[in-house]
Every structure is written in C-alpha cells, then in structure tokens.
Design a protein around this ligand. Sequence first.
Ligand code: SF4
Ligand code: FES
Length: 246
Amino acid sequence: MEQRTLTFSIFRYNPATPEITPRMQDFQLDENPNMTVFIALNRLREEQDPSLMFDFVCRAAICGSCAMLINGRPQLACKTLTADLPDHITLMPLPVFKLVGDLSVDTGTWFRQMCETTEAWIHTDAKFNPKAEEERMDNAIALDIYEAERCIECGCCIASCATANIRDDFLGAAGINRMARFLIDPRDQRSPAQVFEVMGTDEGVFGCIGLMACDFLCPMEIPLQTQLALVRRKMMAAALSCKCKH
Ligand code: SF4
Ligand code: FES
C-alpha cells in the first residue's frame, strides 16, 4: 500500500463558545494500513488536538454513535476505511440533529421524540401472565420484525433526507421503519385508523418525496424502500376503508 499523508478538513464549532465563529480546520496525518476514519480521529485527538469533539462507543458499527458527513455523505466513521477515500477528507457533523460540538450531534433527542410519536411499543389488552408458556410466532414474521429491529439509530437516513432537512417533525425512514416493525407484529392491536393518525400525514409516509437516499445510505442495509412501501400500502388501505364507511 502506497504511504499517503491525508489532509482532514474538519468542521469546528462549539455552541458553548458562540463568539468563536464556525470554521474548517485542516489536519495532516500519515495513513496506516486498515485505518478507519474513527481511528484517524482518535489519533488526531491524541496527537494533535485534545479538544476535538466526536462520538463513538462500540467501534464496530453497532451503536450508531459515530455517523458524520464524510466527504458530504452520511456514513459511520468506524466502518469507513480511509483507503476508500481520496487524500483530502472533509468531515462535517450530521445535519438535522442538534449540534453538540464539532462532529458530535445529539441524535438521542430526535430518536426519543420519534419513538414517542410512533408509540414504539406493543399495544395490547392481553394481560401478562408470567406463568404462561411463551407465545409462538411464525418464523417468517419473526424474521421480518428482526429486519426492522436491526436499526442502530445512527441517523444517516435522516441526515440524507430532503424532507427531514426542511421539516423537523418528519419521521423519516427511521420512523417509518419503526412503525413497519409494529405493523408486522401480530401482537400489536392498534387499529388501521390509529396508525393512520400518525403515519397517514405529511409528518409520516406522505412527507416522503421518494428520493430514497436513505435506502442507499443505511449502513445496516435495511430495505427502507420496502418498509416505506409496506406502510404506504397499509395507510392507503386504511384511508379507503374510512371513506367506504362514510
Ligand atoms: Fe441508521 Fe439505517 Fe436506522 Fe436510518 S434506518 S437510523 S440509516 S440504521
Ligand atoms: Fe459505534 Fe461507530 S462507534 S457505530
């Protein structure tokens, strides 16, 4: 592997010191074999600037904390090899989410709000009986639920979404995927009308303008286009059945 010296242009701004205007700061770093953007950022912080802010927990594409714009594209820093990037790498924080500082954003508040709006829990009147045998579920349904559950709440789909960038109440692909998970689950007893109230709106599926960058950029490769189609179909059916009753 040819030894390269990489230039990182990194967004710097700390909302706690608003008198210092946002700026891009350049750092140089010798590339190592198998270096990820996450490893590079750690080295920059250890060797050149301890004040550099960015998030990570797992370093293994599991926690979703390290998403950022890498050369303009939402990606996980711990999953992105510098070998796949040019010599000059620009790092910016994800848009849409509240900036904590430099590359660190608060995705937690956004995802909590999304979970509250979609009421992301099983709605059932069934009483829990700790002594009862486990309820069985069809394997194919369990696998479909698991597919939606693989979301690591990184925010890449939201950052890449045109609608989410202009309206802060849009539930985005992550919200639609979350609702799909409960629509698939036979234990959830919400009526189509109840779901329609949340998803059959411009904050839900009808806010999507179909650019589908979310589907292309999701690091977990969740089939977001399929999830959107599923929720849209259910919402259309709910709308038609309401019209028929009136
Ligand atoms: Fe990240 Fe994919 Fe979940 Fe969106 S759906 S938050 S891109 S893992
Ligand atoms: Fe957990 Fe990158 S550090 S996903």
